[in-house]
Ligand binder design. Structure first.
Ligand SMILES: *Cc1c(COP(=O)(O)O)cnc(C)c1O
Length: 393
């Protein structure tokens, strides 16, 4: 069987380069203490930054949503799957971003991956458009740019000067600059005020993927635009709802005409079954928590855990990145060494993922530590001690 032999050769090649990925089976809910493959573990890997994925009020709202709306939506949004829960959620999300995105309306998607495909294929539908994409953008933005008919240029990480030159040289009818707000494998922030100033000067859209900012950044947890106090008609905001919001899905907030064009044209919106309305119903409770005093307290606790990790880590050989977010990567370099470090932590009951190419650049394999407001100071102390010990052995 040549067909199977070819597939198996590819798999063997991944194994040779320490690039095989393996899934672990979590037997319990997403939380710092989990049972994984039958073993109790202390986890530092989820994007559940506020601990809402297993929050009793959110879980109860999901149950209530299922009682009201049933299990599934039954169809795509444009056929018959668009429920009251989706509509109410979209109104709430639009209100949250309205201070930053002029004439904002919001559109709910079942995943952030699809939201990003939808934005870039809608705005960049024509060959006379141009997409300017940050070098460290998330895979879903890269794939969205590939699917669009627009031309694509990549600008270096943080390279606003290169971007300025690219925008200056471009005679595209529609210019679209796209960036993560918080880089998912590095944890640093994009210079959004500078990027927005460039976009306004050149009449370009600025698409901001705030997957790791929504719920966490800003006084009220509204995300990166609140954090930087930006306001512009050029902004197209993508927030995800499966990370800090603890449930699932994503939304785009943009000028109502952009949203209307996506409803008419975006294939990743139109040709897929609407997410279960119960998820949208549960998200209303997540948004209440994020906006209220509890959310403020959770964000403050997360900040104090970050400060603690920063002061307790004493790494010399492994490199830390200047991240002030809950994403705290530790760069090890070689794939096999990163895997060995993750395995040693695992043997110690600590779950920290090793991230390797192509998710990150060659030679920059890393441990990606993520903290959550659900962690305790004692748990963070345990992690810091284990990392310090491991680096010395
Ligand atoms: C997780 C993530 C996405 C995809 O969102 P999903 O809802 O998980 O599909 C998009 N962009 C970034 C930067 C992400 O980290």
């Amino acid at each position: 069987m040549d067909l199977i032999a070819n597939v198996e050769r590819e798999l063997a090649q991944l194994e040779t380069h320490s690039l095989t990925r393996r899934r672990r089976v979590a037997e319990t809910r997403c939380a710092p203490l989990q049972v994984v493959d039958g073993r109790p573990m202390l986890a530092f890997c989820s994007n559940d930054y506020l601990g809402l994925a297993a929050h009793p009020r959110v879980v109860e709202a999901l149950r209530e949503g299922a009682q009201i709306y049933g299990a599934g939506s039954g169809a795509s949004h444009l056929v018959s799957g668009h429920s009251r829960a989706h509509a109410v959620l979209e109104e709430r999300l639009a209100q949250l971003q309205a201070p930053y995105v002029e004439s904002a309306q919001a559109l709910y998607f079942s995943t952030g991956y699809m939201a990003n495909l939808a934005v870039l294929t809608t705005l960049g539908a024509n060959a006379d458009a141009a997409i300017f994409s940050e070098a460290l953008n998330h895979a879903s933005l890269i794939d969205g740019a590939r699917l669009a008919r627009a031309g694509v240029s990549v600008f270096p990480h943080g390279g606003t000067d290169t971007l300025a030159a690219q925008l200056e040289a471009s005679n595209a009818v529609t210019k679209i600059v796209v960036t993560d707000s918080v880089f998912s494998m590095d944890g640093d922030l994009a210079p959004l005020p500078q990027l927005l100033a460039l976009c306004e000067r050149h009449g370009a859209w600025l698409v901001v993927d705030d997957a790791h900012g929504f719920g966490v950044l800003g006084e009220n947890g509204r995300g990166a635009l609140e954090h930087f106090a930006l306001r512009s008609p050029n902004l197209v905001y993508v927030g995800t709802l499966g990370k800090a919001a603890g449930v699932s899905g994503a939304f785009v907030a943009a000028h109502h005409s952009v949203i209307e064009l996506m409803v008419q044209r975006a294939r990743p919106y139109i040709y897929t079954t609407a997410a279960p309305p119960a998820l949208a119903h549960a998200l209303l409770t997540s948004l209440d928590i994020i906006a209220g005093d509890e959310g403020k307290g959770l964000r403050a606790h997360l900040q104090s855990l970050l400060a603690q990790l920063d002061s307790e880590l004493t790494l010399a050989r492994w490199q830390r990145l200047p991240s002030q977010t809950a994403i705290q990567p530790i760069i090890i370099g070689a794939n096999d060494e990163a895997l060995r470090a993750a395995a040693a932590l695992h043997a110690n009951g600590l779950w920290v993922p090793a991230i390797r190419p192509p998710t990150v650049a060659q030679g920059t394999a890393r441990l990606r530590v993520t903290l959550s407001a659900a962690h305790t100071h004692q748990e963070v102390a345990q992690l810091a001690a284990a990392l310090n010990d491991l680096e010395r052995t």
